[in-house]
Design a protein around this ligand. Structure first.
Ligand code: GLA
Length: 711
């Protein structure tokens, strides 16, 4: 709901309000973001910010007010939302209110992924700076049934000469004085999205940012600002999620009066964009969310929103096939016969999709060559991709394929033909990472080439799944702002291909979980969460990934033990247990399993087919925090509360330890539930308010999976 009352503009979601006020001078203030207020008219209130500040004059009026989209260099000397050098060479700006309009439906960003939905409404506010000759349009998408506001801005150069944009955040929010912390998600390859919590003292700019070319292993474009004492179920939490896959920043700073400014958008580090006369620049969308009840509530809000209003693939709302991927099973060392043996055994276990990973094209037998040469290596696969897909289909499995379309190996026919297509500067030899360079997707001819090549590949064989990888960071960018131009090209390529092949299930990947962000999810409903497939390492990775991203989007595989990334030995039960609440699959050589293991795989596949629908559509509750305890647990409750899936792992064995009671959430307190495994019956209230004691096997990494059904 969007209400304009005099000079007050009030956006309402299900339980939230977002309130702005236009001053007599035309400056746009940010008055409230938080719990829903029924009625609010600031025009009738006295000025809250002028009192007691000791200003004898009007010296710095904007500096003391909460700003909606703060400008640079005028009387608000805090961090700006945008900075533009005008035709006169200065960057001072003050954009004032001109008009606002309300539109039906979700208005999105140009050429970038964004929320969709006819049932939404969009507020468009136009501001103008007469001296710098700038127009700024602010957009706010609101859904009556969600607690989110999606913001983006469009900046237009109305002057008759070039202007240079060096900072353009999507959203800026000034929060009242309080004791806050920032929760952000940082890591590296194999340790993606670990959860960190940092207090926000006055004067420090705390910034979760990445400028490595993609959204990155190192910092995710999602962060929460919360009461210092907030946790999974308690406290005020303001969350910021950026629908963007390039360099990003979420920054928070407490000012001299205790007001906290939070900004989210494209990273200003390494960013610059020339606006010719009448050119406009559109920022990506920042989806902000509020809850009074801790992180869990925030997660469930994003999960539903992203499945229903961001992810465009029909697969977002369909059960995913149980897959087997050959990567950790064979790496580059495979023949058609070896692959078909794996597929045959997988079919016997009830697995539904066979995925051929890296090494099938050009002359690629290691990672040193052939990216860009997307034609099959007939020495390895004499029947070609089409022939192999047919044989796999005959076994009763769908066929899927790995590609890395944004890349080019210097040792490839493509590079020999088009050395100028790689990202590089004019005078420096470009840096190879994993022996590869990046294709310059800021060029439309290169985008067209990628679109045509991948489209041809998908048309020539029955490929029903694509794993779209991206295995390096970006160096040698030819100019400031290149990363954004690349990201726009990437989105053009991804949207064209995914729209042309709507039946194909696309999975995103970037050296594991290096590009796990809402921008990719808009096109690809699942993303490989990490190359670290160790079940115990995955506890933390998946626990914190689920803070923003739906469990159905978190691709999780059962791999061999000892684990290939960290050598840990775990049972098949623990490995599958950790992967069930995700896009589930296997990644090992199933032909090498013992009969007992194989029988267990069969049971697991049957089990996952039974629960996957409600896991995909249900509500996630995180039960035990692996960052703070020796346990990790989560629960998914079906939408109608009739079934619940519980996973819990006791990480290290402890002699004589007493395990904590596990209290569930989200059940029907008046109903009774039966444990499918033991047949024991419990009241919903008892499971939630008293809890149950879990017995774990006496060993490290002992996990339990329990399904409760309402009777
Ligand atoms: C990346 C992916 C892996 C695998 C390899 C293949 O590292 O994350 O899953 O596909 O590439 O080279």
């Amino acid at each position: 709901m969007i209400i304009k009352n005099g000079n007050t503009i009030h956006l309402q979601g299900r339980d939230i309000s977002y309130i702005m006020h236009i001053t007599d001078e035309g400056d746009l203030l940010n008055l409230h973001f938080g719990r829903k207020l029924e009625d609010f008219d600031y025009s009738s209130m006295t000025d809250e910010w002028r009192e007691g500040l000791g200003f004898a004059t009007n010296a710095f009026p904007l500096d003391v007010y909460p700003q909606e989209y703060p400008a640079y260099g005028y009387t608000d000397l805090r961090e700006p939302a945008y900075r533009i050098t005008n035709k006169y060479g200065d960057s001072v700006s003050r954009a004032r209110f001109v008009k606002c309009e309300i539109h039906e439906g979700a208005m999105g960003t140009a050429d970038m992924p964004c929320l969709f939905g006819k049932e939404a409404r969009t507020l468009e506010i136009t501001l103008q700076d007469d001296i710098s000759e700038l127009e700024i349009r602010l957009y706010y998408v609101v859904f009556d049934e969600y607690n989110i506001i999606a913001r983006h801005a469009v900046i237009v150069n109305k002057s008759d000469a070039d202007a240079e944009l060096t900072c353009a955040y999507s959203a800026s929010v000034d929060l009242p004085m309080g004791d806050y912390k920032m929760v952000h998600f940082a890591g590296t390859w194999g340790r993606e999205r670990e959860m960190f919590s940092t207090p926000l003292p006055q004067g420090l700019n705390v910034e979760a940012e990445n400028a490595r070319g993609g959204s990155g292993h190192q910092v995710n474009p999602f962060a929460m600002i919360a009461d210092a004492g907030a946790d999974e179920t308690h406290g005020n939490v303001y969350a910021f999620s950026l629908i963007y896959s390039g360099n990003h920043s979420t920054a928070a700073k407490v000012d001299q009066f205790g007001i906290l400014r939070v900004r989210q958008g494209i990273n200003p580090r390494g960013f610059s964009w020339t606006l010719k006369p009448n050119d406009s620049f559109c920022t990506p969308q920042s989806v902000i969310c509020f809850s009074q009840n801790g992180y869990g509530d925030i997660s469930r809000e994003y999960h539903k929103l992203y499945v229903n209003h961001l992810m465009r693939s029909k697969w977002a709302r369909k059960d995913r096939p149980v897959l087997i991927n050959n990567w950790e099973g064979t790496y580059f060392d495979f023949t058609e016969e070896k692959l078909l043996n794996i597929a045959r055994k997988a079919a016997e276990a009830g697995i539904e999709l066979f995925v051929l990973d890296d090494g099938w094209f050009g002359s690629r037998n290691d990672d040193k060559s052939s990216l860009g040469d997307w034609f099959v290596n007939k020495n390895k696969l004499p029947s070609g991709i089409d022939g192999l897909a047919k044989k796999v289909n005959t076994l009763g499995l769908k066929f899927g394929l790995w590609i890395e379309p944004e890349m080019i190996s210097p040792n490839s026919d493509l590079y020999r033909a088009h050395p100028g297509w790689a990202v590089k500067t004019a005078r420096r030899e470009p840096v190879e990472i994993r022996n590869q360079l990046i294709l310059d997707l800021s060029r439309s001819d290169v985008c067209d080439y990628v679109i045509n090549t991948i489209s041809k590949m998908l048309s020539e064989a029955n490929i029903e799944y694509i794993k779209w990888d991206m295995n390096r960071q970006m160096t040698d960018m030819p100019y400031e702002g290149f990363n954004h131009a690349y990201t726009l090209g990437l989105y053009k390529v991804m949207s064209t291909i995914t729209q042309s092949f709507p039946n194909v299930l696309f999975e995103g990947c970037s050296a594991g979980g290096g590009r796990f962000d809402p921008g990719i999810l808009a096109y690809m409903p699942q993303i490989w969460a990490s190359d670290n497939s160790d079940a115990v390492a995955r506890l933390k990775i998946q626990y914190s990934t689920s803070m923003c991203y739906p469990v159905s989007s978190i691709s999780a595989h059962v791999t061999a033990s000892p684990n290939h990334q960290c050598g840990r030995i775990t049972t098949l039960e623990t490995r599958a247990g950790a992967a069930y609440a995700g896009a589930f699959g296997y990644e090992l050589d199933i032909t090498k399993m013992t009969d007992t293991e194989f029988e267990e795989v069969k049971r697991q596949v049957e089990f996952v087919k039974n629960i996957r629908s409600f896991i995909r559509t249900g509500d996630l509750y995180r039960l035990q925090n692996p960052y703070e305890s020796n346990y990790c647990g989560w629960e998914v409750v079906s939408e109608d509360k009739s079934r619940a899936f519980v996973f819990t792992c006791k990480i290290l064995a402890v002699a004589q330890s007493k395990n904590p009671w596990l209290k569930l959430f989200g059940l029907d307190e008046k109903a009774r539930y039966r444990s499918v495994e033991t047949g024991e019956i419990y009241g919903g209230d008892m499971l939630m308010y008293r809890g149950i004691r879990i017995n774990y096997d006496m060993r490290d990494f002992a996990a339990r999976v329990i399904v409760f059904e309402k009777i």
